[in-house]
Design a protein around this ligand. Structure first.
Ligand code: NAI
Length: 246
């Protein structure tokens, strides 16, 4: 980074930021100077992250898969903070099952939170950024977008995020708005700690760097993509996995 607080005076929206990778991203953007709207289903935890972040950051309860609520929340944030410069779509869920066991509900839940919600926020915030002539959008996909056992729904959604991101990067490029995707590999959070121990150990063995990633490993790359240091980088898909690739 060219300066200690390169995001000073920037307003950032980070979804799913009450814990895990999203929390790490919110704190890192704030440390670099941004005021952060910490969005999550869990308001209490989101507010605690906002207090930790400082810079007049604030927590908001929002289900990102609820389209009318997304539009209202984005309008609310613009009203409160004046504008939005950075959008990080991090909220995500998994409902893993083999194809022959996957229910309609498991499919629908993951597609709506991991893909449709990214469209809702990108449309609402992207329209605003286009009018402002400036913006940084970072969408959190996953190494699993390449296809993974037990993750038909999740891989489809995360591959969708890559296609969506590359498309909007082309549409918004002339308006000073960049859009990039990051693909975390295996990061230690509540999501992965919920795995059976033998599967967790098996994942570690596949990582050339021989350790699970930490939320900060993802947050550092997102901070770069949220800054002016990446102003000529758009439509990229960046793996953050210690060398791990499917
Ligand atoms: P996590 O489960 O620890 O945290 C996710 C956060 O999103 C929670 O605070 C949750 O309340 C929130 N959230 C869930 N549904 C929401 C909704 N509808 N509206 C608003 N907030 C909602 O997950 P983790 O591990 O921090 O993952 C964050 C992102 O990174 C997800 O998109 C995940 O798919 C992706 N990812 C994670 C990897 C890992 O190894 N942990 C690997 C690759 C991608």
């Amino acid at each position: 980074m060219s300066e200690a607080r390169p995001l000073e005076n920037r307003v950032a929206v980070v979804t799913g930021a009450a814990r895990g990778i999203g929390r790490g991203i919110a704190l890192r953007l704030a440390e670099r100077g941004a005021r952060v709207a910490v969005i999550d289903m869990n308001l209490e935890a989101a507010e605690a992250v906002a207090v930790e972040a400082g810079n007049e950051s604030f927590g908001m309860r929002l289900d990102v898969s609820d389209r009318p609520a997304v539009d209202a929340a984005i309008a609310d944030i613009v009203e409160r903070a004046g504008r939005i410069d950075i959008l990080v779509n991090n909220a995500g869920i998994n409902r893993d099952a083999m194809l022959w066991k996957m229910t309609d509900d498991e499919w629908d839940a993951v597609i709506s939170v991991d893909l449709s919600a990214v469209f809702y926020t990108c449309r609402a915030v992207g329209t605003h950024m286009r009018a402002n002539g400036y913006g940084r959008i970072v969408n959190v996909s996953s190494a699993s977008w390449m296809g993974n056992i037990g993750q038909t729904n999740y891989a489809a959604a995360k591959a969708g995020v890559v296609g969506l991101t590359r498309s909007i990067s082309k549409e918004l490029a002339r308006s000073g708005v960049t859009a990039n995707a990051v693909c975390p590999g295996f990061i230690e959070t509540d999501m992965t700690r919920g795995m059976p121990e033998h599967l967790f150990a098996a994942q570690l063995e596949k990582i050339p760097m021989q350790r699970a990633g930490q939320p900060e490993d993802v947050a550092n790359v997102v901070a770069f993509l949220s800054s002016d240091d990446s102003s000529y980088v758009t439509g990229e898909v960046i793996n953050i996995g210690g060398g791990y690739k499917l």
